[in-house]
Design a protein around this ligand. Structure first.
Ligand code: ZN
Length: 146
């Protein structure tokens, strides 16, 4: 008997239940048939935030950013490459604080970029300021213990 994990689909937000030992098998969503992990950050919004931050079994690393923020734009490639390194043990998502003000204010985002690591609805850690991809990867792993 293997443990199962709940993985929200990055495309349609359906909650997929997969055996934990199949996490690395490039599974597809039972509803929309697209890949559960594509090696890049997903776009978060009010429509899918809860699924990934609360209901998913893999920690969610969120980049709170805005289009007018220079340091956010320069960190974007580093965050994307961190996604390729951290998936599928983590889900990485970007939250545009201009468009999703309610979520940004719920987490009292005062400066951007800010990274917050969530797991099952709990905030594990947060860090403000741009980081490189190795730094992001190390930071996420150390706070999630994986
Ligand atoms: Zn899907």
């Amino acid at each position: 008997m293997t443990e199962s994990m709940f993985i929200p689909c990055p495309h349609c937000s359906a909650i997929n239940r997969i055996p934990a030992d199949r996490l690395y098998d490039h599974g597809t969503c039972g509803r929309c048939k697209k890949g559960l992990f594509d090696g890049r950050p997903i776009e978060l919004s009010a429509a899918n935030f809860e699924a990934h931050a609360v209901r998913g079994d893999v920690p969610l690393l969120v980049d709170f950013w805005a289009p007018w923020c220079g340091p956010c734009r320069s960190m974007a490639p580093a965050f994307s490459s961190a996604a390729a390194q951290l998936e599928p043990l983590f889900r990485l998502g970007k939250l545009n604080t201009e468009e999703e003000r309610e979520i940004a204010s719920r987490y009292s985002i005062r400066s951007i970029p800010t990274l917050i690591l969530f797991h099952r609805g709990k905030e594990l850690a947060r860090q403000s300021g741009a980081m490189g991809s190795d730094e992001i990867t190390r930071w996420a792993r150390s706070h999630a213990g994986r």
